[in-house]
Design a protein around this ligand. Structure first.
Ligand code: BG6
Length: 526
């Protein structure tokens, strides 16, 4: 008998070992699954902020981790008059500022950098660029594969996409071109109508498989992990529904204020800046059904179904579903910070919201009646991004006589920032003769036992563009469904008579407006 048990254990142990080969992967293999095709990344807006703060540090990191194809070129384009050497110098400074410069590797990397002056509204300028790109292809053997990364203000997206197309640069596999892709940063439109118009402009010359609409939240490791956690484990999915879940809370708070972006933010506000994109993606990943395969279109089909299931807000009754706020002055990390209305470029009577908490419902079988609380705001006490799934309390407490208190329900938290972690709270008995319960947590730190290189969200975005994998990018139907949900809310918030009353002020460094206290009572239906 003992012998038999031993054998079974051996078998189990062996199975456990053989079923965990993923742990043995060389971490570098996780950086770039395959070397991409040789290509040129053409950055429109190469002298701007996004290029200096995000794109270049990401490209250089990829270079250091062998994550770029070989050969690989970067062609920066901008209105500023610069030579290749001036551009290289500028990018070196950008890396230094970002604390990313490794001088021993810079000289070699810099040979891949080129610069071309461009007039964004002038077709001739794009035609010159096309010629220049063809010359570089011949010289460096990049085979005409190109990514056009549009790191420019949104007003320029339509004309840049059209002129790249008119210069013949969107056509694939002919006339010296290999593949051609265009990367568009958010915001993708300002409402349903403008999002559709923008898409029409881009589609004049590009097909859907060539269009990469970025949402950098999707490229965060822990955000990608939501689907792995849900669908690569059999433990949680059976209870991931209205029978066991009481409510779900999705939070992305920040300590930063509007910074130097008042011009954009005054028009956007928190709903366009965070909800239309990042918050909706977090909601979709948390609530979606499993696709039959882990493929870009199948995953995006399931997300779109979530957006379709969003119950429209009764706009005449918005305060029951939405709290809007704007930060006043206050203290963050011991420093006094100004009110939003005192920030440079902000109108002194601005009604732009910098905080929102929204209660949304999904009209489908899995989630009927379960509230999802989406919260995001600037200048709050802490920067936290997390998803909390609050489970229902036990149906009957057999400990009531002894404890005389309610038993806290289980809670699962998927931490995205600052800690990349998963925690599960549950009840245990306190050691001792008396029966006392206590809430304990089981923690998993995402980087536990991992020593390989870490991939920043922009690095992941760039790798996927080079590989042509659209899994972590918005598809137009999703963009439109998200705007279709938000546009009536935005219209009402921005035009209703009691706009002033809808906006609740909060101190910088606080937890948000007081009004959220009444709002946060979980209830079914509503
Ligand atoms: C951007 C918003 O998309 O996301 C910013 O435009 C916001 O306003 C930022 O600060 C937050 O991103 P992260 O990765 O810092 O949570």
């Amino acid at each position: 008998m003992n012998e038999k048990i031993m054998n079974q254990n051996d078998v189990l142990e062996a199975m456990a070992t053989t079923s965990a080969p993923n742990l043995g992967l060389d971490p570098r293999e996780c950086i770039a699954p395959e070397p991409g095709d040789p290509c040129t990344i053409v950055i429109m807006g190469a002298t701007g902020d996004l290029t200096a703060r995000k794109l270049f540090p990401a490209l250089f990191d990829l270079y250091l981790n062998d994550g770029l194809p070989d050969p690989f070129l970067i062609v920066g384009c901008g209105r500023t008059q610069l030579e290749d050497s001036g551009f290289r110098k500028k990018m070196k400074t950008a890396l230094q500022t970002a604390g990313k410069l490794d001088s021993s590797k810079w000289t070699d990397f810099a040979t891949a950098l080129h610069y071309r002056v461009i007039d964004y509204d002038n077709l001739d300028s794009y035609q010159n660029l096309a010629e220049s790109l063809r010359d570089l292809d011949t010289q460096y053997k990049t085979r005409g594969n190109r990514i056009f990364y549009v790191a420019l203000p949104p007003a320029l997206y339509p004309s840049v996409a059209r002129l790249v197309g008119r210069a013949g640069l969107s056509i694939e596999n002919t006339n010296g071109n290999g593949w051609s892709r265009i990367v568009i940063e958010k915001p993708f439109g300002t409402n349903l109508q403008t999002a559709r118009e923008l898409d029409r402009h881009i589609h004049e010359y590009f097909n859907e498989h060539q269009i990469f609409r970025i949402d950098h939240y999707l490229a965060k490791e822990t955000v990608q992990n939501i689907l792995i956690f849900r669908f690569a484990n059999s433990l949680f999915e059976p209870i991931w529904n209205r029978r066991y879940v009481d409510y779900v809370s999705i939070t992305a708070t920040e300590t930063l204020g509007v910074e130097h972006r008042a011009g954009y933010y005054e028009q956007a506000g928190i709903l366009r800046d965070m909800f239309q994109n990042h918050m909706m993606q977090l909601l979709a990943l948390t609530a979606m059904e499993p696709p039959s395969r882990f493929e870009a279109d199948l995953v995006r089909d399931e997300k779109t179904k979530v957006f379709r299931a969003l119950r429209p807000f009764p706009v005449e009754n918005l305060p029951d579903f939405l709290v809007l706020g704007q930060y006043g002055s206050g203290t963050i990390d011991g420093l006094r910070v100004p009110a939003y209305r005192e920030e440079s470029g902000v109108h002194p009577d601005s009604l732009t919201p910098t905080f929102a908490m929204m209660k949304v419902f999904l009209d489908n079988w899995r989630w009927q009646g379960i509230p999802f609380y989406l919260t995001s705001g600037k200048r709050l006490a802490e920067k936290i991004t997390e998803i909390t799934v609050q489970f229902k309390t036990v149906p009957h407490s057999m400990f009531r006589h002894t404890l005389g208190e309610a038993i806290a329900a289980n809670r699962l938290t998927l931490g995205i920032y600052p800690e990349e972690k998963i925690t599960l709270t549950f009840q245990t008995k306190n050691p001792g003769a008396r029966v006392c319960l206590r809430t304990v947590t089981m923690d998993f730190q995402y980087q536990q036992n991992y020593t390989g290189p870490l991939l920043d969200a922009y690095e992941k975005v760039l790798i996927d563009c080079m590989l042509g994998d659209q899994m972590l990018f918005w598809r137009q139907d999703g963009v439109e469904r998200s705007w279709a949900f938000l546009t009536p809310i935005l219209n009402e918030c921005e035009t209703c008579d009691n706009r002033d009353n809808m906006l609740h002020f909060y101190d910088s460094g606080s937890m948000g407006p007081q009004a959220i206290a009444n709002f946060l009572k979980p209830e079914n239906g509503a």
